[in-house]
Each structure stands twice: as structure tokens, then as C-alpha cells.
Design a protein around this ligand. Structure first.
Ligand code: IMP
Length: 432
């Protein structure tokens, strides 16, 4: 078997949590391969909103194993909190959630350093979620990070103390004041780590996933953030600190490129972004405000209002190319319901059709738009086929398929599991 990959094609928040939960029944394993608690994957189950930050989104499916891969960075107190919240929903995670021994850890000092670096940047700040992601990946690549499996045994606390002392030295050099409760934070971190290790022994994720594939089981790799936040291919430095594109599923799980099957690319019917950085189709007017309120565009992790704008076709083509997408999933077409006119940026002035200004010239390019008539979805109707959708939405979807030369396999029309329709794929478009 081959592992499929599902990831976001924009700046994150495309609706990956729901999409993975809906696809999960077709898979035995769901595997997170990068990022950390900067992610917020939202699921609505029976009217209840649940946000997952580090745990894979297959956790609500009885038959799925869920693994936090080696490419993820883990903050033990946040992970334990997430586990406890899920237990309150009656979920038994032991034996269903596995944690790779090689996943790196976010220490208390990483969070403090994240804050210190961001405030030192002043107007040039990245708009980080301040979850310690950047400093944790920095330590990983500088080869003095700590991994989940390193904390097993009596030497664990000593290794932690060495790393923590180094962070304190760096914070002192940055003249950063330590919080008064730092000693409590350290104690809590060590206690939660011990509790996690008791319930979730470190796993050899790569071996388990390759064994699963060998024995015919299906694996879905779940991406976090979005392709335009990739540390290499996003508009650097306004990016996250991991690779968010499909190639990272290999390194973040220990699966060879030859074992990657289908790549599902998820995008919203418009664009949003949290944090700083270029956003050429951003709407800084009442239409942007209307999008934000129609789509409830507030960060699932930080609660920050998201920046909103029209769909950017050149950027989408760029992300599709980077990831080798086979099939598309569009979300939040329902949020555009009621808009009289809907726009798509179809090209950039001075650039070839579909040529993207990312990542090198994102600010000096002017998008050119094409207008489409809006649609109205009825809140009382459940749509199960494309033919039942308003004709203007059908044309919008067909236009995107023609332009991107890929089929849109799923159309998500609301936050609940049931609010998604699967398109019949007729082979008209490439990539199948
Ligand atoms: P960091 O990864 O928390 O340092 O944040 C770096 C940039 O990525 C900031 O602009 C964040 O707002 C953005 N970011 C990080 N994680 C997510 C996410 O899961 N969804 C959307 N944006 C994110």
C-alpha cells in the first residue's frame, strides 16, 4: 500500500480537521507529520466544537490508529491538556494514540524565546502563535534539541536541565525578564512529561507505519498549517518553521517517496491568513469584514481575527505544483452564500497566466480579478450531489477545475461531518 497525504494549499485554516475526520473511515492510520500546537484543527461533532492542536484528526473514529510523527514538535502540557479534554468526551486514547520517540519537544524556554525574538522584531514581527515552534525547530536543527524518547529513564531530567539552562542563558543575553512562575512551569512540564510517558510509551513511528503499509493497511498523512507557510516555499520570513508541503510527509513520518500515493489538496473558496506577511488579494474593506463574519474567521489557536481576501488562483496553482496534488477539496463555499459578486484573482500584472509571485515578489505584484455571480445556499436543504447546488456555484467549481486541471473531489458546505458532498469524477481533468 501507499500512504495518501492531505494538506492545506493556502495559509492554513482551510478546514483540515473536518476533512481528515470525514476521510478517516477509509484509513486504518492517521499520521501527523509536522508542526505542533500552533495548529488548530477544528471539528464539529453533534453541535460541539472540538479543536485539536497536536493529536491527529482521526481520533474520533473508532477504527483509526493515530500517530504523532517524528516531524511534529510536542509541548507536553498542551498535549496532556488536549488528551484530558478528549477523555472528557469519553474517548479512550490508550492504544489508539501513538507518539514517535523521535518527535522533538517544546520546552518552557522555547516559548519564552519565541516571545523574546518576536518582540525584538518590532514592526517586522512574523505574527507567530508564540507556541515555541520556531525555537524548538531551531534546537532540532542545531542538534541540541530533546526528543520524546530522550526523556525516558533517569537521565531524562538531567538532559532537560541542561537544555533549560541553555535557554535561560539565551534569555539573559536577550535581557528578557523571566516570568515569576518559571519554576512552576518547569515542574509542570516535567510532571506532564512523566504522565505522558506512563500512558504513551515512545513508538518507532517509521517502523509501525511501514509495517502497516506492508500488511495492506491504509495510511493518511495529515498536514498542518498550509503550503504558503512552508519555511522554504512561503514568503520567507513570514512562514512557520517546518516544511508544510507533501515532501515533508516522507521525512516527518519516515516513509519513502515511493510509498506516497494520492495527494489531496484542500483550499477555501476564498483566502485567509493570520499573522503578518504578504497577502496580495487581501480585502481591507467592508467585503473583507463580511467574509470574516460569514466564515467566522477567528484563529482556532489564538482567537486572532484572520485577514480575509479573494481566492488567488496563481498562488493555488503554485501550491498544487509544489505538492503534486491529485485531487482537490474545496471548503467554505457556504460562507460565500449571499454575496452578489464573487471574485477570483486569475493572474498578476506582468506575469504569465498562473505564474505566481510567490515566494520572491509577493508585494509588488498587482492581481487581476475575474468576477462571478454569487449563489445562495438554503440552510434547510442538504446537498448531496453537485447537480443540486445553485447553478452559479456549479459554474464556479467547473471554472476552477478547468483552470487548475484537477478534479474537485469533495465540496464542504458547513462545519458538520454531514455537510460535505462527494463529486463523481469523470476523468475530464488530469491528475487522477
Ligand atoms: P509560528 O509557526 O507559530 O511561529 O507562526 C508563524 C506564522 O505561521 C504566523 O503567521 C502564524 O500566524 C502562522 N501559523 C502558524 N500555524 C498556523 C496555523 O495552524 N494556521 C494558520 N496560520 C498559522
Amino acid at each position: 500500500m501507499k500512504a495518501d497525504v492531505l494538506l492545506g494549499l493556502q495559509w492554513g485554516d482551510e478546514g483540515k480537521g473536518k476533512a481528515v475526520d470525514v476521510l478517516a473511515p477509509s484509513y486504518e492510520w492517521i499520521a501527523r507529520f509536522q508542526g505542533g500546537p500552533n495548529a488548530g484543527h477544528t471539528l464539529w461533532l453533534d453541535g460541539k466544537r472540538i479543536v485539536l492542536h497536536t493529536i491527529p484528526s482521526g481520533i474520533f473514529r473508532e477504527e483509526c490508529m493515530n500517530i504523532i510523527g517524528n516531524g511534529v514538535v510536542i509541548h507536553p502540557p498542551s498535549l496532556l491538556h488536549e488528551i484530558k479534554e478528549l477523555r472528557k468526551h469519553g474517548l479512550n486514547l490508550e492504544g489508539k494514540l501513538l507518539i514517535s520517540a523521535k518527535a522533538h519537544l517544546i520546552l518552557p524556554g522555547h516559548r519564552l524565546l519565541d516571545q523574546a525574538f518576536e518582540s525584538a522584531k518590532g514592526d517586522y514581527k512574523i505574527g507567530s502563535t508564540l507556541r515555541g515552534i520556531g525555537p524548538a525547530y531551531t534546537d532540532k536543527y542545531a542538534r541540541h534539541g530533546l526528543r520524546y524518547g530522550d526523556l525516558v529513564g533517569p537521565q531524562g531530567e538531567t538532559l532537560f536541565q541542561l537544555a533549560h539552562d541553555e535557554h535561560l542563558r539565551q534569555l539573559k543575553a536577550l535581557r528578557s525578564e523571566l516570568p515569576l512562575d518559571i519554576a512552576n512551569q518547569v515542574r509542570e512540564w516535567l510532571d506532564t512529561m512523566a504522565e505522558l510517558l506512563t500512558d504513551f510509551a515512545p513508538s518507532d513511528g517509521s517502523w509501525l507505519l511501514n509495517q502497516a503499509l506492508d500488511s495492506g493497511q491504509r495510511v493518511l498523512a495529515e498536514g498542518a498549517q498550509g503550503s504558503l507557510l512552508d519555511v522554504e516555499f512561503g514568503a520567507y520570513p513570514f512562514v512557520t518553521s517546518s516544511h508544510t508541503t507533501s515532501a515533508a510527509a516522507c521525512t516527518g513520518l519516515g516513509i519513502a517517496p515511493t510509498r506516497i500515493g494520492k495527494v489531496y489538496g484542500l483550499f477555501k473558496a476564498y483566502c485567509t491568513r493570520v499573522g503578518s506577511g504578504p497577502f496580495p488579494t487581501e480585502l481591507l474593506d467592508e467585503t473583507g469584514d463580511a467574509l470574516r463574519s460569514a466564515g467566522h474567521e477567528f484563529g482556532a489557536t489564538t482567537g486572532r481575527p484572520r485577514r480575509c481576501g479573494w481566492l488567488d488562483l496563481p498562488a493555488l496553482s503554485y501550491a498544487i505544483r509544489l505538492n503534486g496534488v491529485h485531487q482537490l477539496i474545496i471548503t467554505k463555499a457556504d460562507a460565500l452564500s449571499g454575496f452578489d459578486e464573487i471574485k477570483i484573482a486569475v493572474r498578476y500584472q506582468g506575469l504569465d497566466h498562473h505564474q505566481s509571485p510567490y515566494p520572491d515578489r509577493p508585494t509588488d505584484c498587482i492581481p487581476e480579478y475575474q468576477s462571478f455571480p454569487g449563489w445562495k445556499l438554503s440552510p434547510n436543504q442538504s446537498y448531496s450531489t453537485r447537480q443540486q447546488l445553485p447553478p452559479s456555484l456549479q459554474s464556479y467549481l467547473s471554472y476552477l477545475e478547468d483552470q487548475l486541471n484537477l478534479p474537485i473531489r469533495w465540496v464542504s458546505l458547513g462545519p458538520e461531518r454531514s455537510q460535505i458532498l462527494e463529486s463523481q469524477i469523470d476523468g475530464t481533468h488530469a491528475g487522477i
